[in-house]
Write a protein that binds this ligand. Structure first.
Ligand SMILES: [Zn+2]
Length: 382
């Protein structure tokens, strides 16, 4: 294979700072998507945007770009997501002692602009090098942070390569997530009867009491080595002196084992219904199976390729079982074997989020090594 080239640290830093400074909370990815499209069009590439914006109420669809190389078939798909969590409206990326962080009190967006930067610059390096490279695809998704919503709407026919990688895991470059859990989201809306709390409380039926009894009965936290459960949000009531007639609870459970996930979810639903019954209120429960678990064996072609690419950089590969979901869950569920690489980002989803320039440079080289080595591991002969 060709040696993975480096676009140079200054160029990597400049593009990362530019992308991070563009706010792109979920469903508002337009500006960062336009920058990605412009970057790829400058390389002579064509970018296709799907209809996901309409389907999910956002301003942007998923982007897909074919990078035509020496072979007729795409050997791999590289994925990253364009959206970030909030607060994302006050971003001033700074580079201090080789580490990027946000000078303001908000997220940096290293999750996942680290990967967007690395994929764009690796693609540029390969296209501009004049050396042969295989054909590969890029996918930039929207609304990943909303339960991988964008990827779930990505048309299956856009995923044509025999394997893929997303670059969306925290931890030092060299980690390869090969196992991730399923997630079940649960939304429960309790409906009671409002009444003045001092004058006629006996006429009221408290939705908050129903929710509280339900949550108190739940088994939450780490339930075993592959299963977790959480109540993450509770909203209800309008005033201290009114028996509340509404309360909404948002909860989730995750497991690497589908049967356990189904059992834990059923137990949580039981608790919600019993809590409502004890408080004499009604409850409507919505369940969304956000994504499915996956587990790739160490001899799977994509895992062997991922290990070879990491080794190429002189780093010892580490196979990781994750507690979180990503677009890799959706791609694997659709029959596309997909690993999720660690990107060097740290403290993601917090105001302390950071990533080093060294990590960005290594990740850019890793993307190239993964693509350039892919034909040796791909089932498709190019
Ligand atoms: Zn992410």
């Amino acid at each position: 294979m060709n040696e993975p080239g480096s676009p140079g640290r200054e160029r990597i830093a400049a593009l990362f700072v530019e992308l991070a400074a563009i706010p792109s909370p979920s469903l508002n990815e337009r500006r960062v998507a336009d920058r990605i499209i412009g970057f790829l069009e400058d390389l002579g590439l064509v970018v296709h945007e799907d209809d996901t914006a309409l389907a999910i109420g956002g301003d942007t669809g998923n982007l897909r770009c074919r990078v035509q190389g020496s072979g007729g078939f795409s050997v791999v798909t590289l994925g990253a997501h364009m959206d970030t969590v909030v607060p994302a409206d006050d971003i001033e990326p700074v580079l201090r002692d080789g580490v990027f962080s946000n000078a303001r009190d908000a997220i940096l967006g290293a999750d996942n602009k680290t990967a967007v930067t690395a994929i764009l610059l690796a693609t540029e390096a390969m296209v501009r090098s004049g050396e042969p490279h295989p054909t590969f695809d890029l996918v930039f998704t929207v609304a990943e942070e909303l339960g991988v919503l964008g990827a779930r709407h990505l048309p299956r026919e856009l995923l044509v390569s025999p394997m893929a990688a997303v670059f969306d895991s925290a931890g030092p470059v060299g980690g390869i997530t090969v196992k991730a859990p399923s997630q079940q989201a649960i939304r429960a809306a309790f409906h009671g009867v409002a009444a003045h709390a001092g004058l006629e409380p006996e006429r009221g039926r408290s939705a908050i009491v129903g929710a509280a009894r339900a949550i108190a009965a739940m088994n939450l936290g780490r339930l075993d080595d592959e299963t977790t459960a959480n109540v993450g949000m509770i909203q209800g009531g309008v005033a201290q002196n009114i028996v509340p007639d509404s309360c909404v609870v948002r909860a989730e459970c995750r497991s690497h084992d589908e049967a356990k996930l189904a059992r834990v979810a059923a137990e949580m639903v039981d608790c919600l219904q019993r809590g409502a019954a004890e408080a004499g209120v009604d409850v409507d429960i919505d369940m969304v199976h956000e994504y499915r678990a996956f587990a790739l064996g160490s001899r799977t072609a994509v895992v062997r390729l991922a290990k070879a690419a990491v080794t190429e950089l002189g780093i010892q590969p580490r196979l990781v079982a994750s507690g979180g979901g990503s677009d890799a869950n959706v791609f694997n569920d659709r029959g596309l074997p997909t690993v999720n690489f660690d990107c060097g980002m740290s403290h993601v989803h917090t105001a302390n989020e950071h990533v080093s320039l060294d990590s960005l440079e290594r990740l850019t080289q890793l993307v190239q090594a993964f693509v350039l080595l892919a034909p040796e591991y791909s089932r498709v002969v190019s």
